[in-house]
Write a new protein. Structure first.
Length: 203
């Protein structure tokens, strides 16, 4: 990733408090009730597999999106696993170009360098800049993904866990960002972040 992109990532870090203040009050009472319902439902999943798949369905209920993804990235081995809603997205996703070009992913770079708050492609790249990336052309373009917003869940050891929403038409709004940031602390649990599993697309 070039120095210009890195600068924009860190600019977002230091402007974060101002951005958050500007977003205060974006969520309606109905939105907040949806967040509470989501958080309450986490205890109902029988195992980590059910939780991984169940939260994605509920997440798309809270935030309109073409797809939702739970990803496990193991940087030391290059292994990548995807769980998606709808599930056929994971079946068509090829993790090899994703792992090969992960250093071009602006959201992943932010989560590694700063923290796991909700950020999206549009925070760092113009559409033209995104389309110039090998990551886009080899991985996201075949899936018809033009926009992605994600949070990162804390995980032990060499494991990165982003939870993301994808769209084809327009960038996600501040309501989506605020909702994900409210959900994120409740997903920082050993149940979701430490149990190994094999996804259908893991290689």
């Amino acid at each position: 990733m070039n120095q210009w992109a890195i600068w924009r990532i860190f600019r977002r870090k230091y402007m974060g408090d101002l951005n958050r203040s500007a977003r205060t009050g974006l969520l309606s009472r109905s939105d907040l009730q949806g967040v509470l319902s989501f958080v309450s439902s986490l205890r109902e999943f029988a195992d980590v597999g059910a939780l991984r798949e169940g939260i994605l369905d509920q997440l798309r209920g809270l935030i309109p999106a073409d797809s939702a993804s739970y990803t496990e990235i193991r940087p030391l081995t290059g292994e990548v696993g995807f769980w998606t809603n709808p599930p056929e997205v994971a079946e068509s996703a090829d993790p090899e170009p994703f792992a090969e070009h992960i250093d071009q992913h602006p959201v992943a770079a932010f989560h590694e360098a700063v923290d796991g708050r909700a950020v999206q492609f549009a925070d760092f790249l113009t559409r033209r800049e995104l389309h110039a990336l090998e990551l886009y052309n080899d991985f996201f373009r075949p899936l018809e993904v033009e926009h992605q917003i994600a949070i990162a869940v804390d995980a032990p050891g060499p494991l990165v866990i982003p939870i993301s929403l994808q769209g084809k038409r327009s960038a996600f709004g501040e309501r989506a960002r605020e909702t994900l940031d409210l959900l994120r602390p409740h997903l920082q649990t050993p149940t979701i972040s430490s149990t190994p599993a094999t996804a259908p697309s893991a290689r």
